[in-house]
Write a protein that binds this ligand. Structure first.
Ligand code: PLP
Length: 399
């Protein structure tokens, strides 16, 4: 008889977004004339920049002509996109990469989830709590031991390494989902030093790097000396360029990363990833990759920044109300997420119900992201200006 992967039974039941939908539907049915403002889901709302739409149109035309049609492309991404990304890192962050180190995919959720294929199930994994649930769930599915490190108000949701804790894989996300907290260079340097001491790999999720507006804050782990010898970086065009519905991201695996194989011979993680992708993935569509290439042109980046600025102004509106009401909060400055302590010691779900019932505003209960999220709440800045302003007007008398 077939034996199923028993690790799936160890996954925590994920009712977060279905519970939210259920409660919102019940509210909407009972209050059919009340407009519900959704500030819970981390999806963008502004349309794609014109430069991207132009690139999509012209690549689509190429696909319709015998001379310029493209079939299967290279699984790791077309050279034109990999080179554009190398140039982006060089120009924007002073980071020198090789095109072979950039591995293009259909988004960073897939890569963050699939990277575990490269590592033995008997590695121990360090994951901050609260966290983007993909890190936790993919490691539970593959049966790895997880050690959690507490992110909480004592460390401003930016935990630092504890040298007495022995681990092999370390997940970090900065700017963070859900807390919006951002590590400084000095703090990331401590994580890089820890990864070296432990001979561990640091898996760095930079999906929100473009929301960082302070040039002193690191946008890539490779801005930290020594990171090329211990880190892999995941990046996404979803929030940078509004690609949530387009699907494109990339992972950077430096050539320096190699570890002993079965006979003690060095095996490159980059080569292992290429082997994995060529076996299980057939690449991102030509049209999408041309659109992604256009993101990295001066016009593309300018248009993306304009959209990010729009979301940033929404964040400022939310943060200024919270500051005025003296509510403890994190994030918002370099992130589309604002993470606040529920007033009056309410639990995350009590505050969710309170906002829904009294303001028809929907957010995400922090407890859905881990045990340290209890008593906290996530609002996102991805809504329209009008809705964000209206939500703040409704919240103001309640807080
Ligand atoms: N990493 C983090 C921290 C995220 O919040 C998200 C999406 O919300 C992703 C990765 C996934 O991004 P993508 O749309 O590229 O799969």
């Amino acid at each position: 008889m077939v034996k199923i992967n028993q690790n799936f039974a160890r996954l925590p039941q994920s009712y977060l977004f279905s519970d939210i939908a259920h409660r919102v539907d019940a509210y909407a049915a009972a209050h059919p004339h009340q407009k519900v403002i959704r500030m819970g889901i981390g999806d963008v709302t502004l349309p794609l920049p014109c430069a991207v739409v132009d690139a999509l149109k012209s690549a689509s035309s190429e696909m319709g002509s015998k001379e310029t049609f493209h079939g299967y492309g290279p699984e790791q991404g077309y050279p034109f996109l990999r080179e554009a990304i190398v140039e982006y890192y060089r120009r924007e962050m002073g980071v020198v990469l090789k095109p072979e180190e950039i591995l293009v995919s259909d988004g960073s959720k897939s890569d963050v989830g699939n990277i575990v294929d490269l590592f033995s199930p008997d590695n121990t994994v360090l994951i901050p709590d609260p966290v983007y649930p993909v890190y936790r769930d993919t490691n539970i599915m593959s049966g790895r031991k997880i050690v959690y490190i507490s992110a909480d108000s004592h460390n401003a949701f930016l935990p630092l390494p504890d040298p007495s804790v022995k681990v092999d894989l370390i997940y970090l996300c900065s700017p963070n989902n859900p807390t919006g907290a951002v590590y400084t260079k000095d703090q990331l340097a401590q994580w890089v030093a820890y990864a070296h001491e432990q001979e561990a790999i640091l898996l760095f999720d930079a999906a929100y790097e473009r929301f960082i507006s302070d040039p002193a804050l690191p946008r890539s782990i490779f801005q930290i000396p020594g990171a090329r010898e211990c880190a892999i970086e995941f990046c996404s065009l979803s929030k940078t360029a509004g690609f949530t519905g387009m699907r494109c991201g990339y992972t950077v695996i430096p050539m320096e990363l190699s570890f002993p194989g079965p006979l003690g011979e060095p095996i490159s993680l980059n080569k292992m990833w290429v082997r994995r992708q060529t076996t299980k993935f057939n690449g991102v569509s030509y049209v999408t990759q041309r659109a992604a290439q256009s993101v990295f042109t001066p016009e593309g980046l300018e248009a993306c920044d304009k959209n990010i600025h729009y979301y940033r102004e929404n964040s400022q509106m939310i943060c200024s109300l919270l500051a005025k009401k003296k509510i403890e909060f994190y994030g918002g400055a370099h992130s589309p997420y604002i993470w606040l302590r529920c007033p009056g010691e309410m639990s995350s779900w009590d505050f969710f119900d309170f906002l829904l019932e009294n303001a028809a505003v929907v957010g995400t209960p922090g407890s859905g992201f881990g045990k340290n999220g209890e008593g906290f709440f996530r609002l996102t800045a991805f809504g329209s200006r009008e809705n964000t302003a209206e939500a703040m007007e409704r919240l103001s008398p309640l807080l």
